[in-house]
Design a protein around this ligand. Structure first.
Ligand SMILES: *[C@@H]1O[C@H](CO)[C@@H](O)[C@H](O)[C@H]1NC(C)=O
Ligand SMILES: *[C@@H]1O[C@H](CO)[C@@H](O)[C@H](O)[C@H]1NC(C)=O
Ligand SMILES: *[C@@H]1O[C@H](CO)[C@@H](O)[C@H](O)[C@H]1NC(C)=O
Length: 237
């Protein structure tokens, strides 16, 4: 049953973004600044998606993405929706997602390292919104049109998930995990370019612990990067 649900979800949702191609293809083929992905992670995420997919995420409120309704428990708040879009866009469209391809399920990802702070902020943004599924990949009931429906009643995120860590590690199945590092982790913004450099060069061994020298180098680069961004901001004021 679980396998069926996962397969169905993949069939329903994965087509126009060429996820198979991108997940299996050349992970380093980054095409920055696709003009069609008008959400804040565009430079990282757009290249595996067609415009007709990203268009669905480009406005607000998002009612449904393809056949998957986002408002089954009422419209998500804007801030919660923004986080949901970021992760959705990463999962569906990022050329880097293939780095974490699921070993037994090519359209899926596993253990993408998210920053603790990102998960905590995401939880904070959504805690008063409602959901009826703990795992958004498997817990829906799908009708014959491929549309998702609640099986259980809607409850606040704050009841469904204990905290940001719990949310990040359950909402999309095994897709994400919270990283022990506060630098070698993704937070769906420009800083990811930095972290990604290290993460992509890491050996692909599962949950290889990050060496302290890598952590140190990353922290140093991140500081530099933040300083640079700060200066840029001041100059444009
Ligand atoms: C959306 O759903 C239609 C009809 O079920 C399907 O043909 C199409 O490939 C889906 N697109 C995406 C992006 O999943
Ligand atoms: C989206 O665009 C691509 C490329 O133009 C096309 O192959 C695909 O059929 C389109 N999908 C939908 C659902 O319109
Ligand atoms: C988050 O919730 C999980 C599951 O209930 C718990 O094990 C963990 O200690 C909590 N973490 C924090 C930081 O509170």
């Amino acid at each position: 049953m679980l396998r069926f649900a996962i397969t169905l979800f993949a069939v329903v949702t994965s087509c126009t973004c060429q996820k198979y191609g991108c997940l299996e293809g050349d992970t380093h083929k980054l095409k920055p600044r696709n003009p069609y992905c008008k959400i804040s992670v565009s430079f990282l995420t757009a290249s595996c998606c067609y415009a007709n997919f990203t268009e669905q995420l480009a406005h607000s409120p998002v009612i449904k993405v393809n056949n998957s309704y986002w408002n089954r428990c009422g419209q998500l708040s804007k801030s919660c929706e923004d986080f949901t879009k970021k992760t959705e866009c990463f999962y569906r469209c990022s050329p880097h997602a293939a780095r974490w391809i699921h070993p037994s399920y090519v359209a899926g990802i596993q253990s993408v390292p998210l920053c603790q702070s990102f998960c905590d902020d995401w939880y904070e943004a959504c805690k008063d919104d409602s959901t009826c599924v703990r795992n958004w990949l498997t817990d829906w009931e799908w009708d014959e049109n491929g549309e998702n429906h609640c099986k259980n009643k809607c409850i606040p995120y704050s009841e469904m998930y204990a905290n940001g860590t719990d949310m990040c590690q359950s909402m999309w199945g095994e897709s994400f995990k919270v990283s022990e590092s506060s630098c070698l982790c993704l937070q769906m913004n420009k800083k990811d370019m930095m972290a990604m450099k290290y993460l992509l060069s890491e050996s692909s061994e599962e949950s290889s612990s990050i060496s302290s020298s890598e952590e140190y180098a990353c922290q140093k680069k991140l500081l530099k990067f933040e300083k640079l961004m700060g200066e840029e901001e001041e100059q444009t004021r």
